[in-house]
Design a protein around this ligand. Sequence first.
Ligand SMILES: Cc1cc2nc3c(=O)[nH]c(=O)nc-3n(C[C@H](O)[C@H](O)[C@H](O)COP(=O)(O)O)c2cc1C
Length: 205
Amino acid sequence: MEDIEYFYRVIENRRTVRKFKDKPVEKEVLLRLIKAAIWAPSAHNAQPWHFIIIRSREVKERLAISMGEKFREDLLANGFSKQECEKRVKTSIRRMISAPVLIIACLTMRDMDKYPDERRQKAEYVMAVQSVAAAIQNLLLAAYVEGLGACWRCAPLFAKKIVRKVLNIPEDVEPQALIEVGYPDEQPLPPPRKPIEEILHWEGW
Ligand SMILES: Cc1cc2nc3c(=O)[nH]c(=O)nc-3n(C[C@H](O)[C@H](O)[C@H](O)COP(=O)(O)O)c2cc1C
């Protein structure tokens, strides 16, 4: 009974943490996070994931600055003022560098099924995305029980080429997410959830 309560408490109490203490995260702990990630379910058990752990300040900086250039380009295209763009890019770079650890979650279609038609190939790709997402969720939960905080960020999706280049990622491997990890320096309140009645449908919509 206690185990069940603990399990649901972990799921409910995990929070996205965006401020971290300036304290390194032990390698063994990071390995446990990846171990938790790879026990996620995956389509055909293809395990279409790879993870890149970044702890070096130099690599974080190179990645953050290069991604910042793409971010600036996108913001300018959105019509933001130059000043606003610079402010946002600077915040993004500072945030990435100040996270003690960055984990890049990647997707590969190498071991997924291959289809001759677009409809089934697209579905197969979605399955790979869903599998990687399941792995990331396991990682976030593991981080929480280890006393760490983490934030799942979508930024690499908007700068795939740049992330690939900076981190030397092969052409057939796609960066999907960046997870900032560290010991938490904030205790965020839980963002509200939609009421169950609003999103749950029994026996059809
Ligand atoms: C696919 C995905 C992308 C996200 N991207 C970002 C992001 O770019 N920046 C950020 O600060 N949080 C990001 N988040 C975190 C969400 O904002 C957060 O999970 C949500 O507000 C609920 O808060 P909670 O995780 O504390 O329950 C992302 C979460 C997911 C699942």
